[in-house]
Design a binder for this molecule. Structure first.
Ligand code: NAP
Length: 505
């Protein structure tokens, strides 16, 4: 179940949002009385409530907005209980001051906005003495170790509660901040009775919180359970990644009980995350900037491309094994070959002997250089950073050209692997239009926007233009196959990417 939090300044707004949520099928709502600008009027909010309701008046020290006296807050909570809502939220330290009353269930809560306390067991024992119906513990994990320790604790307490049957008290564990987002998405997997979400993006009242529609539509929360397999993406930043959207929709489309989650990790947390991934049934990870290189040292096996490129964008967990793949290069090169009328798996290689110029010697440039060379192309590399281009050319035994002379070569294939032309700098191009020739193949790794200035110019000059969307969708399809052994629909993924990008701009 999702409890949608209504936190707004006026009674009438609170009532109308409550009604609209009920009409949307929401069955549990938390009314945050501390957000009301005027004195909360229980008689307007509780008697005609359209769903089961949690009444909360949160203090500032716990992340709320209650600014009046503590005495007044306790009085308000007592009078709210007298109106018999389904639940009242009472912080553990004040729970004794408000005795159980009537049919209202008590949610005994604890918030730590700074850290994840060490003494979770002692805290839980104390909370159990306050006549709870549910326990809610919200902490702030700063490291992967904090997060996994917290989740282990929550799962254990919920397992114990289940064994106790009616006498058991289930625990809602919230990891606040981006690091803790997975606790909100995987609440059902971790045995929690419900999770919290907010009404809308504008009502984001706690860091890492999700909008309830996002939880339902993007992470298909209702369909998850204790057996859901977990996949995800590690990187930093990954807030705008489209990978959760395309993988989760593909899981739903193919009735696979799995959920794909963004894990924003800084460098210090990658090792612990990979080491502990099995604890959460994480079976596969997409890896993006800046961890594609660092992750290779945690692999037990890697495909030859990862070994040679030194970068891995896909990790598959199989028992104790951690298998590393690079689906970027296959996706990019096969989209180029397909556009030229060839086939990545053909014996006859359409790229044989073709001259390819790669702009940008970073992660994508390295993958493309490896892939094009492997398929027989004669590769030249250039980068604004000459040393980087030189190192890559030595590593993969390619030619090199000075960045300033890049427009002077007569190439069959031009590949942009710089971010030039990427949103919001859409009026920039990494290559002089006058140097584009008819029938030249132009591939742009940039996929946002789909039609970069470079590709528009290429089409105008009669070139074969290939968008980075093909690479993005292609690498995701290959990952999906490695993750699940099922074939993803490239059309579905492509449409999702296009729709998401046009909605965002
Ligand atoms: P990267 O590792 O940072 O490499 C980019 C290279 O381009 C770096 O050498 C960088 O030099 C250079 N560069 C950056 N800005 C430049 C500029 N204004 N002028 C000239 N050179 C510049 O990035 P990446 O991972 O290879 O990604 C490159 C592009 O490919 C990005 O737009 C990314 O979104 C796209 N990409 C697409 C896919 C896909 O699936 N379609 C997959 C991967 C990447 P400095 O480091 O000195 O800035």
């Amino acid at each position: 179940m999702i409890c949608v939090i209504i936190a707004c300044g006026s009674h009438s707004r609170m009532i109308s949002e409550h009604q609209s949520l009920a009409a949307d099928g929401v069955t549990l709502v938390e009314l945050r009385l501390d957000f009301l600008r005027r004195e909360p009027d229980i008689r307007r909010l509780i008697p005609d409530r359209p769903t089961a309701t949690i009444i909360t008046a949160r203090r500032t020290q716990d992340g709320g907005l209650w600014r009046d006296t503590e005495e007044k807050r306790l009085r308000l909570l007592r009078s709210a209980i007298a109106a018999e809502p389904e639940f009242v939220d009472l912080e553990v330290d004040i729970a004794d001051k408000i005795p159980p009353f009537g049919a209202t269930h008590r949610i005994i809560s604890y918030h730590d906005l700074e850290k994840t306390p060490e003494n979770l067991d002692a805290l839980h024992r104390e909370m159990l003495t306050k006549s709870p119906y549910f326990i809610k513990i919200a902490v702030t994990p700063k490291t992967v170790d904090d997060l996994f320790r917290f989740v282990t604790f929550i799962r254990e307490k919920n397992r114990e509660a289940k064994q106790l049957g009616d006498k058991g008290v289930r625990v809602v564990g919230i990891g606040m901040g981006e690091m803790g987002k997975a606790t909100r998405i995987l609440a059902k997997k971790f045995g929690m009775p419900y999770t919290y979400a907010t009404f809308s993006q504008e009502r984001m009242i706690a860091p890492g919180m999700l909008v309830y529609k996002e939880l339902l539509d993007l992470y298909h929360y209702d369909q998850t359970d204790a057996d859901s397999v977990v996949y995800g993406i590690i990187g930093n930043p990954i807030g705008h990644s489209l990978s959760p959207l395309i993988h989760n929709r593909s899981f739903i489309g193919q009735k696979i009980n799995a959920v794909y989650i963004p894990f924003p990790l800084d460098d210090d947390n990658v090792t612990d995350f990979i080491r502990r991934a099995n604890e959460w049934d994480i079976k596969g990870l997409s890896v993006t900037i800046p961890h594609k290189v660092a992750v290779t040292k945690h692999l037990t096996k890697m495909d030859p491309a990862v070994e040679k490129i030194g970068a891995c964008n896909t990790v598959v967990f199989r028992g104790e094994e951690r298998l590393g793949y690079n689906t970027d290069y296959v996706a990019a090169v096969s989209s180029i070959e397909a556009a030229m009328g060839g086939n990545f798996t053909d014996e006859k290689r359409i790229l044989d002997g073709k001259n390819a110029l790669i702009l940008g010697a970073g992660g994508a440039g390295m993958a493309l250089a490896y892939g094009l060379k492997k398929r027989g192309a004669l590769v030249t590399i250039t980068d604004i950073n000459g040393n980087r281009a030189y190192d890559l050319s030595k590593h993969l035994d390619c030619e090199i050209v000075d960045w300033k002379s890049r427009d002077k070569l007569k190439q069959d294939i031009l590949v942009n692997c710089t971010p030039i032309g990427m949103y919001p700098n859409m009026d920039e191009s990494p290559f002089d239009k006058s140097a584009l020739r008819p029938r030249m193949v132009v591939f742009d790794a940039v996929y946002n926007p789909e039609n970069t200035l470079l590709l528009k110019s290429a089409r105008e000059k009669g070139c074969i233009a290939i968008s980075g969307v093909e690479m993005f969708v292609g690498q995701a399809c290959l990952q999906f196959k490695l993750f699940t052994n099922q074939k993803a629909s490239a059309t579905l993924m492509r449409n999702l990417v296009r729709d998401a990008m046009s909605a965002a701009h």
